[in-house]
Design a binder for this molecule. Structure first.
Ligand code: FEO
Ligand code: CA
Ligand code: CA
Length: 629
């Protein structure tokens, strides 16, 4: 993801503009990095854990050698890295586009102009830009996909505007319409799946869609604005990144880099101290990321509406089967830069939601409901009443979930705890992480995984070297896995190890930048990000990293999707995206014979071969029609 105005990723932009204060002893970090004692200590912990968890990390470890000798569960021949402008899948598999940014959901929307993009009129009735997390719902004989549109590439969304800078309210409204969530019915035909245009389920939710605010912060003074004195009704859902799915069949969309939509036309003088501290920690400044909403839509001007940013940064629940339903922002799940929301049930039926905050040096969280759920039972309050925890990882391979409450954090009330969840997690001493992205739970074991995508600026303050984040400069990323004690996701303690440390064994054959033992010249990748288990218990890993294919990244090629076996540790490359793109978002058809994959911000003229590049959802099938997940 790149902010074209500043030519920085959103994360880089926040790090440059709102650096985190150093929270650790610098000398200790340097000593660890130089001696690698910290790293080796961790690896030894993984080594002993390997006997239990089936995977070892040390190069040449016996556990890995033995596991590699086992038969592979992957029914395909892995593909090579690619650097071209199209999608590749293994022999015996095929792909085709399902839908692209600008494709009509309703026949009332105008067609898409390959040179000029879409018109303002109808921009809220087309498939949104920059596809991301998605889930498929089977309902009453229909298949419905809910899918996020994370952000806009202003230079291609506003091709007539000077360098993508919005010229007025119409440009801003078009950008607002193209982001958010698309709900669309899809149906199989002789030539694969297609979108059912004009289906009554089709719906766009965007930056002006009415939402309800629920949970402990609902109605709080910090959420009240001039337009909504109740603090319970907001407009829009923002920077919708990863997704989640509840057991009761609703969609969770996760608001990530929401801060970049806000700006200020005046000075911050006279602002409440607490509000300003929040702006600092969440990266809300005068300019934003270049959307320039605040210059043309006063709601996004914090000079006029200082509490509006508090109404974003949440997990939002949407009923994809009812186009008239009002989405709900669940404040109990905390306010931060949400990646995705992985929902599992505890042993007693309580609802557990695992979540990552994607910024350098931020934290992993989980929410545990007070109430329990059973099929057909009420879902009232299940995502509102409960406890929010932040993760602490110990270097000895154990960890704990630290409850965030007024008592543990010293904050005034639970509303402030969730509104300023980042500060709450800092207050209890949670473990800083290398950018937590997607979390996925294994359907066949009580364990979960989180992509820690990379951290190339640690020296600039963003989080310390520690057990699950063992490399000082981390261009490649890693995936941490934890097993809750007592085989219960509600447990407040766990054991952890690293499932994989990405790396480049060609460039760094002799140190930990070569990656863990399950990384080879044939499967190497960087920056794991999207992730989902399939019904067979295989782990699909998507990347959003450096696709230069040079220097540290030589041999990795374009961003890609791999599949991992959690038992053997084996990882194989399944799909490569077009140059410039990120592969993100994954779900399956009801019969599991089609896999839907998101291709975000492609380069060149993909997928049309001419005109503007368009993010798209593709469908992948096996040529023999067999199951694909
Ligand atoms: Fe939207 Fe952290 O990726
Ligand atoms: Ca992501
Ligand atoms: Ca990413």
């Amino acid at each position: 993801m790149t902010d074209h105005k500043h030519n920085l990723s959103f994360d880089d932009w926040d790090e440059v503009n709102f650096p985190r204060p150093a929270e650790n002893d610098f000398d200790r970090v340097v000593e660890r990095a130089l001696s690698r004692r910290g790293f080796l200590g961790s690896v030894l912990a993984f080594g002993s854990g390997a006997a239990v968890m089936g995977t070892g990390l040390l190069k040449g470890s016996t556990a890995l050698a033995e596991s590699h000798a086992m038969a592979s569960r992957f029914p395909f021949t892995p593909i090579a890295a690619q650097t071209d402008e199209t999608v590749h899948v293994p022999e015996g598999y095929s792909w085709k586009v399902l839908t692209r940014w600008g494709d009509p959901l309703m026949s009332s929307a105008e067609g898409y102009d390959l040179a000029e993009g879409g018109a303002l009129e109808g921009s809220d009735a087309v498939f949104g830009e920059n596809t991301d997390g998605m889930e498929l719902f089977s309902f009453d004989g229909h298949e419905i996909i809910a899918v996020n549109s994370e952000y806009t590439n202003n230079d291609i969304n506003l091709p007539a505007a000077q360098e993508g800078v919005p010229a007025g309210a119409d440009d801003v409204l078009k950008l607002q319409n193209l982001q958010g969530v698309t709900v669309m019915e899809v149906a199989p035909g002789a030539d694969g799946y297609s979108v059912v245009v004009n289906s009554p389920f089709n719906r766009r939710l965007h930056h002006n869609t009415p939402m309800t605010i629920a949970g402990p912060a609902a109605g709080h003074a910090l959420l009240q604005t001039e337009a909504d004195a109740t603090g319970t009704a907001s407009l829009g859902t923002f920077n919708n990144c990863g997704s989640g799915k509840t057991p009761w069949g609703t969609y969770l969309t996760c608001e990530e880099n929401f801060n970049g939509y806000f700006g200020a036309t005046g000075a911050f003088e006279g602002f409440d101290e607490k509000v300003m501290a929040g702006y600092e920690r969440y990266g809300i400044g005068a300019d934003g990321f270049g959307y320039d909403y605040h210059k043309h839509d006063a709601r996004f001007d914090v000079t006029a509406n200082p509490n509006e940013p508090h109404r974003a940064g949440w997990v939002v629940e949407i009923d994809p089967t009812d186009p008239e339903s009002t989405p709900v922002k669940h404040t109990g799940l905390g306010r931060f830069k949400h990646e995705n929301a992985e929902v599992v049930l505890a042993a007693d039926g309580r609802v557990v939601v695992y979540m990552g905050d994607d910024e350098r040096g931020e934290f992993m969280y989980k929410f545990v409901s007070n109430g329990t759920w059973a099929p057909g039972a009420s879902t009232e309050g299940l995502l509102d009443e409960g406890t929010l925890f932040a993760a602490q990882f110990n270097d000895d391979g154990t960890g704990a979930w630290l409850p965030l409450t007024p008592e543990t954090t010293g904050m005034a009330d639970l509303a402030e705890v969730v509104i300023f969840a980042r500060m709450a997690a800092s207050a209890v001493g949670a473990t800083t992480m290398d950018r937590p992205e997607w979390i996925s739970a294994n359907p066949h074991a009580i364990e979960a995984y989180c992509c820690l995508t990379n951290n190339s600026r640690r020296g600039a303050s963003a989080g310390e070297v520690n057990g699950p984040n063992p490399r000082e400069s981390n261009n490649y990323g890693q995936i941490v896995r934890w097993r809750p004690h007592d085989d219960d996701h509600a447990s407040e303690t766990f054991d952890w190890d690293l499932y994989v440390m990405a790396g480049n064994p060609d460039v760094y054959p002799d140190n930990n930048y070569g990656g863990s033992d399950n990384v080879t010249a044939g499967n190497m990748f960087n920056s794991p990000d999207g992730m989902a288990f399939d019904s067979n218990g295989l782990l699909w890993i998507q990347t959003d990293g450096d696709d230069s294919n040079e220097e540290d990244f030589a041999g990795m090629g374009n961003n890609q999707m791999l599949v991992g076996d959690p038992v053997t540790g084996e990882i194989a490359r399944f799909l490569t995206g077009p140059k410039g793109s990120e592969v993100t978002g994954l779900c399956w058809s009801a019969d599991r014979r089609t896999m839907f994959v998101g291709i975000q911000h492609p380069g060149g003229s993909w997928p049309d071969g001419e005109g503007l590049p368009r993010s798209a959802v593709i469908q992948v099938t096996r040529d023999d029609g067999a199951l694909i997940g």
